[in-house]
Design a protein around this ligand. Structure first.
Ligand code: PLP
Length: 469
């Protein structure tokens, strides 16, 4: 080490290793289909390959790189394999990955407008674009009262909404959070319950769903009235456009009217299905969205933007900023004080923030809305095709509607057969899908959304499951 600090990688070496790494990623993408989808390692196996102590002396970058193949890859579950049918997708694309690299290279963080004006202004513009692209309510634009901000995850967005709603309700009702109630359906994502706990709400009600897995709005109304009669304070309704279990769609308009009647905050979670709204034919599912106070969807699930990139919108940014803005002296800033700029630090929990908008911007520009629509329609048509195969075979039955690209089914022979099939297909290593339950009965979720999944992959999955059933 010299008196000028540690030895850094030279620009020349950075170029050399950087080009090699781009080759490595391109090779990975070319070869990922032939890798077992699910990592085949025992708990602790990867860790055991690492030394017990952090290195004292610098290591050559070549040896660091070679461990990508030796240590990292064996422990990777390949979400980018086109045979990925598990959970929901976390799909990705080359422009997104390149933008991620630039974001790291710039190494900026955009907590204030002045800490990198481009980070804020590109994000603001791209979020306003999304309002038009997805036909979200116009007041959600920053040119109106609302606005959007990128966060790490839908859970963060939902937690933020819960905190803002609680803050607003305490100011209006002058009651403690322990008497406040959150409502969501029994099929809602666990992030709503988790967020309610974190925000200190005293009660959460899981409202029943109908045969389509949609919240029964009359049951919501009844639950709110019961709580009011008991002296509690109903505050927040979390509705879903596309539940995690089966992509059930709650009746947003009916729920919004009930929420407005009782002066509740309505948050809509479209983490997965929100991307589909770029196609006009799916937008009837979000009818009533103008009644929502906040909304989240994840471009990192189904819009070819690699994780992490979750969009959060509010219909009115004032309560959000009132709740989250704190101004210590070291963050005082002339541009902020002028009122002419957005400081996204006031729009979510973290202070520091990455340049996430770059990858969203590059994906939107590289594919255009047309390209994204084509991908969504391609996946939805594959899901329709897969569902048609299930319907035609008496050994299987669909267990829920499939409005997007998730198909849920079970074996008609019973629970053991469904569980056995779930495990047998995963055990081939050639596919990965998720077993779950609906009404306490096992089911299988087939989620089609990896960027490169084609009909051939779906046909191979069908042949395999058909042979194993
Ligand atoms: N909401 C829904 C409907 C989801 O399906 C998911 C994840 O699949 C989430 C929220 C949580 O998303 P995140 O991992 O971005 O917090």
């Amino acid at each position: 080490m010299s008196s000028d600090g540690p030895d850094h990688m030279s620009s020349q070496d950075f170029r050399r290793h950087g080009y090699a790494l781009i080759d490595w990623i391109a090779n990975y993408w070319e070869g990922v289909e032939s890798m077992p989808v699910l990592a085949d390692v025992a708990p602790g196996e990867i860790r055991s390959r690492l030394p017990n102590f952090a290195p004292e002396a610098p290591e050559p970058f070549e040896s660091i790189l070679s461990d990508l193949d030796k240590i990292v890859l064996p422990g990777i579950t390949h979400w980018q394999n086109p045979n990925w049918f598990a959970y929901f997708p976390a799909n990705s694309s080359p422009p997104s990955v390149l933008a991620e690299l630039v974001s790291a290279g710039l190494g900026v963080q955009g907590m204030l407008w002045s800490t990198s004006p481009a980070v804020t202004e590109i994000e603001t513009q791209v979020m306003d674009w999304l309002v038009d692209l997805l036909d979200l309510p116009q007041p959600w634009k920053t040119t109106s009262e609302g606005g959007g901000v990128l966060q790490m995850s839908a859970s963060d967005s939902t937690h933020t909404a819960l905190v803002v709603a609680r803050h607003k309700a305490s100011a209006v009702n002058n009651v403690d959070a322990s008497s406040m109630v959150v409502y969501t359906s029994s099929q809602a994502h666990s992030s709503i319950e988790k967020g309610a706990r974190i925000a200190g709400y005293g009660h959460i009600r899981l409202i029943e769903v109908d045969a389509n897995q949609a919240m029964v709005s009359s049951a919501l109304d009844a639950a709110i009235r019961k709580d009011l009669d008991s002296g509690l304070t109903p505050v927040f309704v979390g509705a879903a456009v596309g539940t995690t279990g089966t992509t059930g769609v709650d009746p947003i308009r009916e729920i919004g009217i009930i929420a407005a009647t009782h002066n509740l905050w309505l948050h809509v979670d479209a983490a997965y299905a929100g991307s589909a709204m770029i196609c006009a034919e799916f937008r009837h599912h979000q009818d009533g969205l103008e009644l929502a106070h906040s909304y989240t969807f994840n471009p990192h699930k189904w819009m070819m933007v690699n994780f992490d990139c979750s969009a959060f919108f509010v219909s009115d940014r004032k309560p959000l900023i009132d709740c989250l803005s704190i101004l210590p002296p070291y963050l005082k800033d002339e541009a902020s004080e002028s009122g002419a700029v957005i400081d996204y630090r006031d729009w979510h929990v973290p202070l520091g923030r990455r340049f996430r908008a770059l990858k969203l911007w590059w994906v939107l520009r590289s594919y255009g809305a047309e390209g994204i629509r084509e991908m969504i329609r391609h996946h939805v048509s594959l899901a329709d095709y897969f569902a048609s195969l299930i319907i035609k075979d008496s050994r299987f039955e669909l267990v829920a509607p499939h409005p997007f690209a998730l198909v849920c089914f079970r074996c008609t022979a019973g629970r053991e057969a469904t569980q056995a099939l779930t495990a047998a297909v995963n055990a081939t290593g050639n596919f990965y899908w998720t077993g779950s339950t609906l009404n306490d009965e096992p089911m299988i979720r087939v989620s089609i959304g990896q960027t490169k999944t084609t009909k051939e992959h779906v046909d191979r999955l069908w042949k395999t499951l058909s042979d194993l059933a």
